[in-house]
Design a protein around this ligand. Structure first.
Ligand code: HEC
Length: 452
């Protein structure tokens, strides 16, 4: 993604923190919307198929209502879908700049599928309305043959859209979600960054598959909570709503809600097992416990409403589902944070270099203390990381200084005799901040590249 690289600004640490917040906010918009699209598409498709097979007008009405619910306005596609998508792409282009993976490219491909899916989804929704209109039109007898032909023609075309476009949009949405989830999971697992060199690495990955199933179940849970709230929220004026549609929506949302919230804890465990151990921190465990607790609560509410045949908890369920979504997103973001620590160090270093250059260009003289420069200037004559020169190789002697940077700095400021097989190291006359910088540099390089 060369063109994206050009958009990238050098990242300071503050800049990266800001980007990570932006990413979380964006997810809070995009992921619920994405999941409701998928969930509604599945449910609507199911009922429209049933309507055609059994000539069931209630199922037809319900399928139509659900589609209208998510597609009430064309501009929400931009606000809740496309713009957040672009924002995710932009954030990753910045955050993963200089890393070996081209995540934004994968997200772009996912976006293309997403847009095509929405095109079919809106046409699918229109076909429901056209069917209604055509039913009225064809029942009105007309003596005009040409008009009758037109109606038949239009009916045929509408039928194609009605029969096929729902399936197309679902397939495209699922493909988009699969790639999207795969890209997100790849970002959160830096151990795979070197090995995943193309989109195939995302497609054929157990991680992607498990998270995709997780995302599907989330979609069904969020959608059923949404449908339940839409029909049965307190003070909702139900006059004019067919009783049979009401009954069907209650039965459907409660059943799907119950099944998906029961599946959720198992999927959560499964997704936790495959998180790279590097990313598993205490924070993640705590959030996981919260998520478990919330899903069990949701499952209970669904169960009692189903058993008692009421819908009293529709507001609580929606509220808990929002908490659930936020917790899942924050948890994943924590995993990404921990996994990408090295990447952020790299970017921060790059930023330092950039700033020095910038200052030089502006004619400001800068005296900076720079670890690599000190090493190259003063130590390299006697030390390499993996070979003995005059002094011992760093990879052998730095082991004992791991986590004891102050001791290493102390040694550099005032070298004492250590190993009888070597001569004493001459004092290098370093200033304290120089000793710190070079100690920091050799330790990091050792830990990143030479540690066994
Ligand atoms: C003139 C050669 C020479 C130069 C220059 C030199 N060293 Fe050494 N260094 C040695 C020798 C010889 C030893 C082994 C000393 C011993 O075991 O007593 C040593 C040991 C060390 C050790 C291991 C200490 C231990 O506890 O085992 C570190 C770390 C080290 N040097 C870092 C540096 C750094 C950083 C620089 C540059 C700022 C540097 N050295 C420059 C020769 C040199």
């Amino acid at each position: 993604m060369d063109f994206l690289d050009k958009l990238v600004l050098p990242q300071s640490t503050h800049h990266m923190v800001l980007l990570k917040y932006l990413l979380v906010l964006t997810y809070l918009i995009l992921i619920p919307y994405f999941s409701i699209l998928i969930g509604s598409n599945i449910i609507s498709l199911f009922f429209s198929k049933r309507a055609s097979k059994l000539n069931d007008t209630t199922a037809f009405q319900f399928a139509k209502d659900i589609l209208d619910l998510i597609t009430f306005n064309k501009s929400i596609v931009f606000g809740l879908g496309i713009v957040p998508f672009l924002s995710v792409m932009f954030c990753y282009a910045q955050l993963l700049h200089l890393s070996p993976i081209s995540l934004s490219g994968y997200i772009l491909i996912s976006l293309i599928f997403f847009i095509s899916a929405l095109f079919f989804l809106y046409s699918y929704k229109n076909s429901f309305h056209m069917k209604d209109i055509l039913r009225v039109a064809s029942s009105a007898k007309s003596s005009d043959d040409k008009l009758t032909d037109d109606i038949i023609n239009l009916s045929n075309r509408t039928n194609i859209a009605y029969k096929k476009f729902g399936t197309y949009s679902l397939m495209l949405l699922l493909t988009s979600a699969y790639l999207f989830v795969g890209a997100l999971k790849l970002a959160a697992d830096s151990t795979r960054w070197e090995s995943v060199t193309s989109i195939l690495g995302i497609i054929f990955s157990v991680n992607t598959f498990v998270y995709f199933i997780f995302f599907l179940v989330i979609s069904l849970l969020v959608t059923s909570a949404g449908i339940l709230f839409y029909y049965f929220r307190p003070n909702n004026d139900m006059t004019g709503l067919d009783d049979k549609v009401k009954e069907l929506s209650q039965k459907t949302s409660l059943n799907i809600g119950l099944i998906s919230s029961i599946l959720m804890p198992f999927l959560l465990l499964l997704t936790t097992v495959i998180i790279p151990s590097k990313s598993l921190t205490n924070e993640i465990f705590i959030i996981l416990i919260v998520i478990m607790f919330v899903t069990i609560l949701i499952a209970n509410m669904f169960y009692f409403m189903l058993k008692k045949g009421h819908t009293k908890h529709s507001t609580s369920i929606l509220f808990l589902t929002v908490i659930f979504m936020v917790a899942v997103i924050v948890k994943d973001q924590y995993a990404f944070d921990t996994a990408s620590q090295l990447q952020f160090n790299k970017l921060a270093k790059n930023y330092d270099v950039y700033q020095i250059k910038l200052k030089e260009e502006m004619g400001l003289t800068v005296t900076t203390v720079n670890g690599p420069d000190i090493y190259n200037g003063r130590c390299i004559a006697c030390h390499q990381f993996d070979k003995k020169v005059v002094g011992p190789p760093y990879k052998d002697v730095l082991v004992k200084y791991e986590g004891k940077m102050d001791m290493l700095v102390k040694f550099l400021l005032n070298p004492v005799k250590v190993d009888p097989n070597y001569p004493a190291m001459p004092n290098q006359g370093l200033k304290p901040n120089e000793a710190e910088a070079v100690a920091d540099y050799i330790m990091k390089t050792y830990e990143e590249q030479y540690k066994k």
